[in-house]
Write a new protein. Structure first.
Length: 452
């Protein structure tokens, strides 16, 4: 019995020890599992507050873009927990773009700016018989400046509107003035409704009859009627014993005082004639210079070409015309229009009146003049000059000369066709307005010239 009881007790002890070990393992396993799992975040839990540091002051930094959200969708602080609104995002993008440097191709350091001058030259093409030649293209034209060929960027044969300053000479003789008066009624018909005309007259001074007005307006017809003059009578020197009326012993006895008379001499001093043509052209040119540069600027003179008594010099007037791209066209009347007198008119005696200055103005500016003596010829001259003005070709280019070089620049236009005459100005002076001229539109660009 004793042995059996011992076995039962030993078996119970083993079972008791096994039960106690299982309970101990069961109690230790939850503790270990609880220590390995971190604490889960509590939603909307306030951040722990700490006391601020009071012994230091830091400057306030500029507001930057919002902090990017974390992987859990919640930023590090409570204020940045919400996502950015579209407005804030756009502002942040703009601030980021302001801080991005420009590419090297658009940076100011790598931008090349060249100051160039655009210049246009009108010209006329005639054949050997003096007839206008149509159908000239840009491939037929070469333009030179100071002997150097220029690259054309514009070519046109379309007519442009005219801005014309009409200059009427009232210092001509009485019979010549009558011919001018009779032909002025036909002048208005030479212009189109798109043209504008101003009128100047001169004798011993210049007078502007009207500023620019429509060419077909009733105002211009009234101004032309008002611009008719009476001319002057030719003065001749008088000598001899009967030059001063009643004379006894070479002394006048009619009571007329003669301060310049000396005993034994009977003479009469002819007063000087005043033909202020230079001043009249300059005044007209200043009016034309106010016209739009896209229009054709013309000073049209009806005169015998005599010049005396002007304040302005011919060189000054010519330079002003060439600087502002103004052409001088003329109808020459009076004795200067008679064939055979042109050669004598070019001979100038110092300190004497110049008999004809119109050819110099027309040649220097690219214009022309007609010599007409009869009233019918003067009327036809108006129509002829108007037709040639509308038949001009225009070539434009960017000059190779420095924009700071203000000296005279010679120009020449050639056409690659035989037996043709080119009429254009000899040169020009650069103007500040040439730097601000707009480039021609692509539709007006001249095609590339053929290789040489």
């Amino acid at each position: 019995m004793t042995l059996g009881t011992q076995k039962i007790w030993v078996g119970g002890l083993v079972l008791a020890l096994a039960a106690a070990g299982g309970q101990a393992m069961a109690q230790s396993t939850p503790a270990q599992t609880q220590q390995s799992v971190p604490d889960a975040p509590v939603p909307n839990a306030p951040a722990p507050q700490t006391l601020p540091t009071l012994n230091s002051i830091t400057p306030v930094a500029a507001a930057g873009p919002p902090a990017p959200p974390t992987a859990s969708g919640v930023s590090g602080s409570v204020g940045n927990a919400l996502p950015s609104t579209p407005v804030q995002k756009e502002t942040a993008e703009e601030q980021a773009e302001d801080q991005i440097p420009l590419p090297s191709s658009q940076s100011a350091e790598n931008t090349l700016r060249v100051n160039v001058q655009y210049h246009a030259i009108p010209f006329i093409v005639k054949d050997s018989k003096g007839r206008l030649v149509p159908g000239i293209t840009s491939r037929d034209v070469r333009v030179l400046e100071n002997g150097r060929e220029q690259h054309m960027v514009y070519f046109s044969s379309d007519p442009r509107g005219l801005s014309v300053a009409l200059v009427i000479d009232q210092s001509v003789t009485h019979d010549t003035m009558e011919k001018i008066n009779d032909s002025l009624s036909a002048l208005q018909g030479a212009f189109s409704p798109y043209d504008e005309v101003s009128v100047f007259t001169y004798n011993n001074g210049v007078k502007m009859q009207t500023a620019f007005t429509a060419a077909q307006s009733a105002r211009l017809g009234a101004v032309l009627e008002q611009s008719k003059g009476i001319g002057r009578d030719p003065l001749m020197g008088m000598t001899g014993p009967l030059a001063h009326g009643s004379v006894i012993n070479n002394m006048p006895v009619d009571g007329v005082t003669d301060p310049g008379h000396q005993a034994g001499s009977m003479s009469f001093t002819v007063p000087r004639e005043f033909h202020t043509l230079n001043d009249a052209i300059l005044a007209a040119a200043k009016e034309v210079a106010t016209a739009d540069r896209s229009r054709m600027r013309v000073v049209y003179v009806i005169s015998d070409g005599k010049e005396y008594g002007s304040i302005a010099k011919s060189k000054e007037v010519t330079r002003y015309l060439q600087t502002n791209n103004i052409e001088v066209w003329a109808t020459q009347v009076g004795d200067s229009a008679i064939k055979g007198t042109g050669f004598l008119d070019r001979i100038h005696i110092p300190l004497m009146m110049r008999d004809d200055v119109l050819p110099k103005y027309t040649a220097a500016t690219g214009g022309q003049f007609d010599s007409e003596f009869r009233p019918r010829g003067i009327e036809q001259s108006f129509e002829h000059i108007s037709a040639e003005l509308r038949s001009q070709y225009i070539v434009g280019y960017y000059t190779h000369e420095s924009p700071y070089n203000e000296s005279y620049r010679s120009t020449a236009v050639t056409v690659l066709r035989p037996d043709l005459t080119i009429i254009c100005k000899d040169g020009y002076y650069p103007s500040a307005a040439d730097n601000t001229r707009a480039r021609p539109s692509p539709a007006q660009q001249a095609p590339a010239t053929a290789p040489q």
